[in-house]
Design a protein around this ligand. Structure first.
Ligand code: HPA
Length: 282
């Protein structure tokens, strides 16, 4: 099913050949093999300003990747180095609220894996549920609540053909999370750990939903992350999630503010990544 050199028929997935098709298109231009993949959320491309760029592709030119429809999401795949570490960056992601099935956002980790990356970093704008998380805080995701009403591994088969009964007790790598938190603290960034609740959006939360999420143990809430991190974990990738608090849930919020705050905080996330990525095991 998977015709890419280095990949095999036994890669977990939903049974389509899209990652292989995308990698084949990329390989016509570049043989760059990333070790790490970074997904930049709303306004968070600023985290990748220091990336040494080798090749760039518009999603529209890669088979199966639609153009992002959200302001602040460029829709480019970039190959290069971040702090000397071979990387692939996804500038812009896909969300369920755009009308996509969950298989579309799941393509990003699958393509990253097929290119050779074994670590996935996701960045995302979030609203704060916990009272002590001011806008501009970086939350290192330690766990999540999936309230998408969808499981990103629906229809997946594992290498042996079995359904994806994947254990999710350690989706987010604790060692890399600790490196990120320490790097953030050393830089004077407000960096803390938290639980991310994924909701489908596009609406923000009602007061009753916010109260429910607080009771459920969520520190922050957003509309992405889970459709990327769960497939990455199923593929055996190490995962780091860095959430940027753009607003307090329940207070007035509009997407332009979300993009503005994340653009500023994205630069700090970029500095954290420049510290952490060279410390990853090869
Ligand atoms: N709610 C959900 N998603 C978000 C928010 C929010 O308040 N802010 C940024 N993404």
């Amino acid at each position: 099913m998977n015709g890419v050199a280095g990949a095999s028929d036994s890669v977990p997935g939903p049974g389509d050949d899209l990652p292989a098709d995308i990698v084949r298109t990329i390989r016509l231009v570049s043989d760059h093999t990333p070790r790490v993949a970074v997904v930049a959320g709303s306004g968070l491309s600023s985290a990748l300003e220091g990336m040494q760029e080798r090749a760039r592709f518009a999603y529209a030119d890669l088979p199966g990747l639609p153009d992002p429809t959200v302001p602040g999401h460029a829709g480019h795949l970039v190959l290069g180095e971040i702090a000397g570490v071979p990387a692939v960056a996804f500038l812009g992601r896909f969300h369920l609220y755009e009308g996509h099935p969950v298989s579309v956002p799941a393509l990003l980790p699958r393509v990253a894996y097929a290119l050779g990356a074994r670590t996935l970093v996701v960045t995302a704008a979030v609203g704060a549920i916990a009272d002590d998380l001011a806008p501009g805080t970086v939350v290192v995701i330690r766990d999540h609540l999936n309230f998408l009403g969808e499981n990103p591994l629906r229809g997946w088969r594992m290498s042996d053909g079995s359904p994806a009964f994947v254990e999710l007790s350690r989706v987010y790598d604790a060692r890399i999370a600790a490196l990120a938190q320490a790097a953030g603290a050393a830089l004077g960034t407000r960096a803390t750990y938290g639980v991310y609740a994924a909701l489908p959006g596009p609406t923000y939360e009602t007061p009753a939903e916010t109260a429910f999420l607080r009771t459920a143990g969520a520190d922050v809430v957003g509309m992405s992350v889970v459709p990327e991190t769960v497939p990455a974990h199923a593929l055996g990738m190490q995962v780091l999630g860095l959430a940027c608090v753009t607003n307090t849930v329940g207070a007035a919020v509009d997407h332009a503010d979300v993009v503005r705050v994340s653009r500023e905080t994205g630069r700090e996330i970029g500095t954290i990544l420049a510290q952490v990525l060279p410390q990853l095991e090869p």
